[in-house]
Each structure stands twice: as C-alpha cells, then as structure tokens.
Design a protein around this ligand. Structure first.
Ligand SMILES: [Cu+2]
Length: 341
C-alpha cells in the first residue's frame, strides 16, 4: 500500500519534507520532550535499518507488519477527503510452532488485520466483504452514528460499507463484534486503526505491535501468545533499530481471556501517550499495564547497541510466545549521530 505519511526504509527526511509537515523551524515547539532532546543537536532524520523478511506463514509476516501502514485510497468527493479501505474476512491456517497449526479468521489474508491509518477529519469508508464462512462484522472504536457501529451481522458471502468521520485522533482499533465476541476476536478478526493528529507527530521510526492470544483447544484459556501474529517471532528475528533513533511504538493489547497484561521494555524507559490522544506524554515508565483493547503510543530511544527484550511482565504469557527483542545498531554515519550531554 502507498505510504503517504511516512518515508521508506533508510530514506532520510529532507528539509522539504519537514517543511511540508510543518516541522521545520518554529513548528517543533509542540513536540515531545524526548524528541526535542534527541534532535536539539542534530537534523531530524529518521533512519530505519534495512530488514530481511524471512519466510513466514502466508497469513502473517510479523517483520512486514511491524512497519506496515494502510493509508487506503484517497478520493475527493464534494470537497471532502474520503479515505477508502477494503477489508475482506477469510480463513487461513497458521503454524504457531513446528508442531501446532491453527485455523484462524483473517482480514486481507493476515492476522492481525491491516493497520489502517487516516488523518483526523477524513471521511472513512470501509468496504467490508465477508468470505470467512460465518457471519462477521467490523466494529470501529471512535465516534460515529449508531448505524455505523458494526454490531449488525454481515452474513458469509455478503458485503457492507461502514462510513464515518475519523475522530478523535489517537490509537484505536477495530474488530469483529459477533457473539461470542471472545471467539471472533481470538480467532483473528482485529486490527489497529490510527488517526493522526492535525499537526503531525515528530519524525520517528514508527512501529506497530499488536499483542494477541490463541486458544487452540477452545477452553477459554490461551495456549499461545504473539506479537503481530506469530509466537516468539521477534525473539528469533529481532527488530533492528538504530541507536539514538526516536522509536514510536503503537501498541495494542487484544489478548482475550486474560484480563490485563503489561508491556515491559528492557534497559530503557519510555514516554507514554495514553490512547495516543495527546501530543505530550503523561508518564515515563518501563512497564505499563494494559487491559483488553487498551492501546498506547510509547516513545523511546536506545543509547547503547545490543539486543533488548520486550514482553508482558506476566512471564507465563511471555514464555508462551509474547516476547521479542530489538537489536540496536550503532548508527552508520556521523550525520545521524546524536551527541549526548
Ligand atoms: Cu466474527
């Protein structure tokens, strides 16, 4: 999908692009403290290490998903910006490990579904086609009329259109709302929905981490957990980032059956933007508790190269798959080095 807001891998931000985003000069005054600290002595440049995508299951490729945003198709109608998305529910089989495969319901052939991204004030139009064999729906978090709330079943083989305004800005989510909702979510019908604020956030290496669970024996307890679809994936395939680069994590907890999990980052602290609904962080911590469907923006930068784990501090959940690591690389050129005082 075209990436209208962010930049491609490894491409530095030019002054022209920053001007376009209103971030050059005085435009940074509203920026977050961490970003200001990182950029006071340097040009604001986002560097993303090149990454290899190992062969994963068709239904999920966590390395691709981590920096993948679906900006939809933009149209102008009657003076309004319409951002149109297409989501198709289907079925897939994923291999949770070398011995266990599991039938899931997917959206656009992946789990979690695409990370939809819009700007506050856009008109959102979602064309939803259900080919997954059961009735499903899409319920979006946000503000919209009752008829767009996505609780009406869409039968297998039929389609519907959800249309509403993108508000308020923040990190939201969407999911199927057909009973039993626990099962429909746990089988994979969910995704993140980001509404960007009117004034864009400062440049950063932006990533999505969706925490999900798998109840493979249908006893209402999760047997496996995952970031972005596959258990333990980022432990074996660390997410490569650069030292001193501002990282902006969009984190969602959509683990059913467990009332809450935490998110913990090793050897660092992060700024928390609760629900992504503020431009200023509310706290700095290294572990945050997230109930089901809670989501936040977490910002940080690593000072030292090396590998650092991230995981819920419910260690049984981490040990059953919800665990990954960042591999922090020393930056490759002096241009991108940030001097620390
Ligand atoms: Cu469903």
């Amino acid at each position: 999908m075209p990436n209208n807001f962010a930049l491609g891998n490894g491409k530095p931000w030019s002054r022209r692009q920053l001007l376009k985003l209103g971030l050059a000069g005085a435009g940074v005054t509203g920026a977050a403290g961490l970003w200001q600290m990182l950029n006071l002595q340097s040009k604001s440049i986002v560097k993303v290490p090149p990454f290899e995508m190992s062969a994963a299951d068709d239904a999920t490729n966590p390395m691709k998903m981590v920096r993948d945003f679906d900006y939809g198709t933009v149209k102008q109608e009657n003076g309004r910006t319409i951002r149109e998305f297409q989501l198709t529910a289907g079925t897939s089989i994923i291999n949770l490990n070398s011995a266990v495969s599991y039938n899931i319901w997917d959206l656009n052939g992946r789990i979690p579904g695409p990370t939809l991204r819009a700007k506050q004030g856009d008109r959102i139009r979602v064309l939803f086609l259900n080919k997954a064999g059961h009735s499903h729906s899409l319920h979006f978090h946000g503000v919209h009329p009752a008829e767009m709330d996505g609780v009406r079943p869409i039968s297998n083989g039929s389609a519907t259109i959800y249309e509403f305004d993108a508000e308020p800005y923040g990190v939201h989510l969407y999911h199927c709302h057909i009973a039993p909702v626990t099962r429909h979510i746990a089988k994979g019908l969910y995704g993140m929905f980001i509404i960007d604020p009117p004034t864009p956030r400062p440049p950063a290496d932006e990533m999505v981490l969706v925490m999900g669970g798998y109840d493979v024996n249908d006893d209402s307890h999760n047997d496996y957990y995952a970031f972005n679809g596959l258990p333990h994936y980022y432990m074996h395939n660390p997410i490569r980032i650069y030292k001193n680069q501002l990282i902006r994590l969009y984190v969602l907890n959509i683990i059913e059956y467990d009332p809450a999990v935490t998110f913990h980052l090793h050897a660092n602290f992060f700024d928390v933007y609760r629900n992504g609904m503020s431009m200023t962080p509310s706290e700095k911590t290294d572990v945050i508790t997230m109930g089901v469907a809670e989501r936040h923006i977490l910002e940080f930068a690593f000072r030292y190269p090396g590998k650092y784990m991230f995981h819920p501090h419910q260690d049984a959940i981490a040990e059953n798959g919800c665990m990954g690591q960042f591999e922090v690389l020393a930056q490759s050129s002096a241009q991108n080095t940030v001097k620390k005082s």
